[in-house]
Design a protein. Structure first.
Length: 254
């Protein structure tokens, strides 16, 4: 759940000594990125108004899911367009994000569908670990949630991680999926590893892969890549450069 506060580096009550210094440094860095999204808010949707590739990937996902299936949207932001698309199709959607500002906007939004979406604030690196319960009060997203979800969506959320953390997060997302569960992933095609780049008046660290490298990472994490498509994209904001977006439809193996 959200607190309505600006994103803190660590939740209230977290034991400051439970991690090694490097781990805590990385957690703090992710929290600072979340603070950037607190201030960006709805400006993100205004800078990236066209979501054709993302919505097409969502439709491909929906074709493989039964009504009422549980879906986890990782890096849900305000909930548009993916939470809205999946909820309207009759799915049970859980949205997670580290930006309290984005989650506050999502919580104020009316979504269509039979099942109202549920939102949690959590560091995506903590998904499928005991920290989901102990630190973030989300036991259903920790070890107790293994095999709970029919599908996971992660559109442009993993790009905020260093490359050496992305395989770990993918393996943890796989744990939350049921056997043969689906993963819909959006990334930027670029050979970048946590490179600082200007973004809507803030500085964000961005990672990306070339297409073949990304597919190898997914296979190593326990996924079969069933479809991969590239889409050139020009943001509405003139301060942002054009990019090549990748959308991948994957399935849990084993």
């Amino acid at each position: 759940m959200t607190t309505g506060q600006i994103s803190d580096p660590f939740p209230v009550g977290e034991d400051a000594g439970d991690d090694e210094p490097e781990v805590r440094r990385r957690r703090a860095a992710r929290a600072l990125q979340a603070v950037a999204f607190d201030t960006i808010g709805n400006g993100y949707g205004e800078a990236f108004p066209a979501k054709d590739g993302q919505l097409a990937c969502g439709r491909r996902l929906l074709a493989g899911l039964e009504p009422g299936a549980r879906v986890l949207d990782v890096g849900c932001g305000t909930g548009d367009p993916t939470v809205r698309q999946l909820a309207a199709a009759g799915l049970r959607v859980t949205g997670v994000d580290l930006s309290d500002g984005m989650l506050t906007l999502a919580g104020r939004t009316g979504f269509p569908g039979e099942f109202p979406p549920v939102f949690h604030r959590i560091d995506l690196y903590d998904l499928a670990t005991e920290r989901a319960d102990r630190v973030w009060n989300a036991p259903g997203l920790g070890p107790d949630g293994r095999g709970r979800f029919a599908a996971v969506t992660a559109f442009f959320s993993l790009i905020l991680l260093p490359q050496d953390e992305i395989p770990t997060v993918l393996r943890r997302l796989r744990e939350l999926l049921r056997p043969d569960g689906l993963l819909a992933l959006g990334m930027v095609e670029a050979d970048l590893d946590h490179v600082p780049l200007p973004f809507l008046g803030r500085e964000l660290r961005i990672s990306g892969y070339l297409r073949e490298d990304l597919e190898r990472v997914l296979v190593s994490a326990g996924f079969a890549v069933e479809e991969c498509s590239g889409h050139p994209y020009a943001p509405a904001s003139t301060s942002l450069p054009p990019e090549e977006q990748l959308f991948l439809c994957c399935r849990r193996v084993g």
